[in-house]
Design a protein around this ligand. Structure first.
Ligand code: ADP
Ligand code: ZN
Length: 639
């Protein structure tokens, strides 16, 4: 391998081992964001805690120091990761890049485990991935001791470090045992990484992993290549299908639903519509779940329909959209789930359909949960913040980031990066209509002591003589028919927003509505309500764009996203993908481990004619150039 180095690294890089590894092994020209200081700090032996969003490039933060330290005869880096199902692919990706790596977990045959342990104990491995429950076993600790005594324990990386925190829902008991690493191997640098940003989790990680002297690297949590959109729920499935057809034909994506039943139904329905969809939820047998996950990772263009049971650690880089058919629990959940889109830095969509029933549902789940009052209050507060995001008229990105304590500026109309910036929503002064709605609730309660859901209240306001109206004598109310001039759709948005803003409270299975303390302020005219107008019943044509191919900048820094390819370019791209599929199959790895789409697209566009030119493409390192260069040039020459 060293023989190939000088011709591949830019001359200025020769002096800097980290940069050299970046370009020679991984084929990238520039570090992203805080990668460089993190890498340098770790190589120099410091501890660190790295907070970086999904897709920010956390892996290189420990892989590059591991390689550099290994080359300096410092032995093996141990990576703790809870994601056993993904270790195989992570290790496969490293081996593809020419880095000697392996994993130890419960899925291995004992013969394989013995062989890997031998590689580790000889200090030949660069990276060893292990599950947390393995680390604190007497056997593993004895092995680490021996490596340490011989100066062959180069560093520890603790991935998904938020698993140590009881505050998050990913808590793992075994992570607590990792404090042993600090006690037992004080001189060995440790780097803990997570995409969970809140202060409580951060403090927990520092405390429980004994990272008091660690440097904390906090990246921006902006995901500039993700476009955010929230649409008013009408017929959510059809709305989503229209969105998929318009923007994501043939793309891989994730559709989140709240219940297992809805997952199954939605997946079946999408399949009927000709979409390659698969269901995933905790009610499916483990082998079925595993098979669906494998297919999602390995095949192209699969749409995974899932509950939130799916997704942690899914590092598939080319997920082009994440769609929510139901409201997530809170902004943390929304950010985490949507964050699975676009890890490769290319444009991706976070799309959500949202309506009154979602608000009612989420409220009810909190009310009915067996948790204590304080916990419920906390949950309600978090839901309110999410509702404010969903109802916002202004930049969604600014709202999202400000929730995590990060100041930012609106993405603006030209960036095409959030629905509200791209097309500021029409608003109307709904103060009067809101007063009508609330007084209707009030009159009915006075008359009968009962509460009703939005549908009936709307009938009363619009003066519709339904059976229910007749049955309860609601035509006699002073509010009967006072809102006839406003459409039903418009009234629905009024009620939804009143509930979202807390001026009405929903209750029980039917979501009956009642007044809240703040209703009074609205009734007295002390609050002015500017509300979003109801959108047209069918989804809007989204600006008449075709598929987005354009760069979104930011996350893809250092490597421009490919421009849309012309016809010949698309043909080359398709040929390269077919070639990649055959390699991936032969190696039993997902296609993106061989090369990312972005890399193939760049090849299709640039049409390199020699190995030297090919080496200049982002994502082509020395080992891959060596292994695949000639094949790629042939594929390009033949198309
Ligand atoms: P995370 O673990 O933070 O979600 P990854 O480590 O999986 O992110 O990186 C996300 C993607 O970005 C990967 O496909 C990786 O190859 C790519 N990437 C990381 N760093 C760079 C870089 N400096 N230049 C180009 N691509 C990068
Ligand atoms: Zn915006």
């Amino acid at each position: 391998m060293p023989a190939a180095e000088p011709s591949l690294a830019p001359p200025s890089a020769a002096a800097d081992p980290a940069r050299r590894v970046l370009s020679e092994v991984f084929g990238y020209g520039e570090f992203r964001g805080l990668q460089q200081p993190i890498v340098e700090h770790t190589i120099a032996g410091g501890d660190s805690l790295v907070l970086m969003p999904t897709g920010g490039g956390k892996s290189l933060c420990y892989q590059i120091p591991a390689i550099v330290r290994h080359r300096a005869d410092q032995g093996v880096a141990v990576v703790v990761s809870p994601l056993i199902a993904l270790m195989h692919d992570q290790v496969g990706a490293l081996e593809e890049a020419g880095v000697h790596a392996a994993f130890l977990n419960s899925t291995l045959e004992s013969g394989d485990a013995t062989r890997i342990e031998r590689e580790m104990m000889g200090g030949r491995l660069v990276l060893l991935y292990a599950a947390p429950e393995r680390i604190a076993t007497p056997r593993m600790l004895a092995q680490l001791d021996s490596l340490h005594e011989r100066g062959l324990l180069s560093m520890f990386a603790i991935d998904e470090a938020h698993c140590v925190s009881q505050w998050g829902h990913d808590f793992r008991e075994d992570y607590l045992k990792l404090s042993v690493l600090a006690e037992r191997y004080p001189g060995v640098p440790r780097i803990a990484l997570t995409a969970t940003a809140d202060d409580l989790t951060r403090a927990d990680i520092v405390e429980r992993l004994a990272l008091h002297d660690a440097r904390i690297f906090v990246s921006s949590f902006d995901r500039p290549n993700i476009r955010y959109a929230v649409v008013e729920k009408d017929k959510a499935r059809e709305q989503m299908l229209a969105f998929l057809r318009a923007e994501h034909e043939g793309d891989a994506g994730i559709v989140y639903c709240q219940t297992r039943k809805k997952v199954d139904e939605t997946a079946a329905w999408l399949i009927e519509q000709g979409i390659s969809a698969l269901p995933y939820h905790a009610g499916l047998d483990a082998p079925v779940r595993q098979r669906h996950q494998d297919r999602f990772l390995r095949e192209e263009g699969i749409v995974m329909v899932a509950t939130i049971a799916f997704g942690m650690g899914i590092d598939k880089p080319d997920v082009r959209f994440v769609a929510h058919l139901d409201l997530p629990k809170n902004i943390e959940g929304y950010y985490q789930e949507t964050g699975r889109a676009g890890r490769d830095g290319l444009p991706a969509d976070a799309w959500m359909a949202y309506g009154l029933a979602d608000v009612v549902n989420q409220r009810r789940m909190i009310d009915e949960s067996p948790a204590g009052d304080e916990f419920k209050r906390n949950q309600r507060g978090k839901l309110a913040a999410l509702l404010a995001l969903a109802e916002a008229h202004d930049c969604r990105r600014v709202r999202l980031l400000s929730y995590f304590g990060e100041a930012s500026v609106p993405c603006g109309p030209l960036q095409n990066a959030c629905d509200n910036c791209r097309r500021p929503p029409a608003t109307w002064n709904a103060t009067e209509a809101s007063r009508m709605a609330l007084s209707c609730v009030y009159r009915i309660e006075q008359q009968s002591g009962h509460h009703f859901g939005a549908a009936h209240l709307i009938d009363v306001l619009r003066g519709k003589p339904t059976d229910k109206v007749a049955q309860h004598g609601h035509a006699r109310l002073s509010t009967f028919g006072i809102g006839a001039a406003t459409s039903e759709a418009q009234w629905r948005t009024v009620f939804r927003q009143l509930v979202a803003l807390g001026h009405l409270a929903s209750e029980g299975e039917y979501g009956t509505l009642q007044l809240t303390p703040s209703s009074r302020l609205v009734l007295r005219g002390e609050i002015t309500l500017l509300l979003r107008e109801a959108s047209e019943p069918t989804p809007r044509a989204r600006g008449g764009r075709g598929k987005r191919g354009a760069a979104a900048g930011g996350t893809g820094a250092g490597k421009a996203a490919p421009r849309p390819l012309d016809a010949a370019g698309l043909e080359r791209f398709a040929a390269l993908k077919a070639w990649r599929a055959s390699v991936a199959k032969a190696h039993n790895l997902p296609a993106y481990v061989v090369f990312h789409d972005a890399t193939l697209a760049e090849m299709a566009e640039a049409r390199p004619g020699s190995l030297d030119e090919l080496a200049g493409i982002g994502g082509v390192g020395a080992k891959k150039l060596d292994a695949y260069g000639e094949d790629i040039l042939r594929v390009l020459a033949e198309t």
